[in-house]
Design a protein around this ligand. Structure first.
Ligand SMILES: Cc1cc2nc3c(=O)[nH]c(=O)nc-3n(C[C@H](O)[C@H](O)[C@H](O)COP(=O)(O)OP(=O)(O)OC[C@H]3O[C@@H](n4cnc5c(N)ncnc54)[C@H](O)[C@@H]3O)c2cc1C
Length: 247
């Protein structure tokens, strides 16, 4: 790590991925002294400068930014009576390690839940005959409303510099975005990424069939911009692209 000290702090955050980073920022902004402990490497700016992120051996094969079974050995039981077996090799969706955590090499597709998603039990009870859901299913509504959670989704969109087409701005449906998304309080912070040829062909065909195609919201920023908390998103994206060959 870049620096260590034994100064007294109010809060110790263990792990510096998205969760730990945002928690650390919020707590520090609230006036608390925060120390974050991260098991993996720090990330100097040079790590994000070309050609380093294009080193496929380091990132794609040796999982430089990802967890190894030594750091994170989950165990698996194939049935309730079985022995716990350790993970010997991670396959797809290998979690991250080091400052940034999985957020360093995630794909950056950032799709919000819908108002229906957060009230799924209510929806299912209304949409299907009573008793359709097996009583052993633990499906529940989240204990907050869309209006309560939306400002936080909006803030995270802005932190990520989310690129996309707005589909529903305060209840007004806008062509080119997702017409089924929950109402946004503000538009996407950045315009959608430029479509590739195959995306354009797919969208055209879908439109002819009467559908409403839209680009996936992406935290791979479409252009430079200011976020409320960070200034490194474009560089992080470069490393993510190199690392995503194993994702
Ligand atoms: C390959 C991949 C692709 C993904 N793509 C997407 C996507 O497109 N869209 C999306 O929304 N989500 C995606 N995700 C999921 C998303 O990246 C994660 O949900 C998110 O990054 C989790 O953040 P986190 O801070 O909770 O955990 P993590 O990012 O896992 O961070 C935990 C941190 O804690 C550290 N740590 C763990 N144990 C200790 C310890 N004992 N001491 C000190 N430090 C410790 C780890 O090194 C790590 O840095 C993807 C995930 C992966 C792995």
């Amino acid at each position: 790590m870049s620096s260590m000290s034994n100064d007294e702090v109010d809060v110790v955050v263990v792990g510096l991925g998205w969760t730990g980073s945002l928690m650390s920022i919020e707590l520090a902004q609230a006036g608390l002294r925060v120390r974050a402990l991260e098991r993996g490497a720090d990330r100097p700016n040079a790590d994000f400068s070309y050609p380093r992120p294009a080193d496929q051996y380091a990132y794609g094969l040796r999982n430089k930014v990802m967890v190894t079974p030594r750091d994170g050995a989950l165990t698996v039981r194939h049935d309730l009576a079985g022995n716990a077996l350790p993970t010997r090799q991670w396959g797809a969706f290998v979690p991250g390690t080091g400052v940034g955590g999985s957020g360093l090499h995630w794909t950056g597709v950032l799709i919000r839940p819908t108002p229906t998603d957060i009230k799924l039990k209510t929806y299912a009870d209304q949409a299907y005959a009573p008793g359709s859901l097996d009583e052993r299913m633990q499906i529940q509504d989240y204990p907050f409303t869309w209006d309560e959670i939306e400002p936080y989704l909006d803030r995270f969109d802005k932190i990520c510099g989310l690129s996309g087409n707005t589909g529903n701005l305060r209840g007004q449906i806008i062509a080119g975005g997702d017409p089924f998304e929950g109402p946004r309080s503000s538009p996407f912070p950045l315009p959608a990424l430029e479509d590739t040829l195959n995306n354009r062909m797919f969208a055209e065909a879908a439109r002819k069939l009467g559908y409403h195609p839209f680009p996936n919201p992406s935290a791979n920023v479409s252009r430079p911009g200011k976020t409320p908390t960070a200034t490194r998103s474009r560089r992080a994206t470069t490393a993510a692209s190199a690392a995503s060959t194993r994702a």
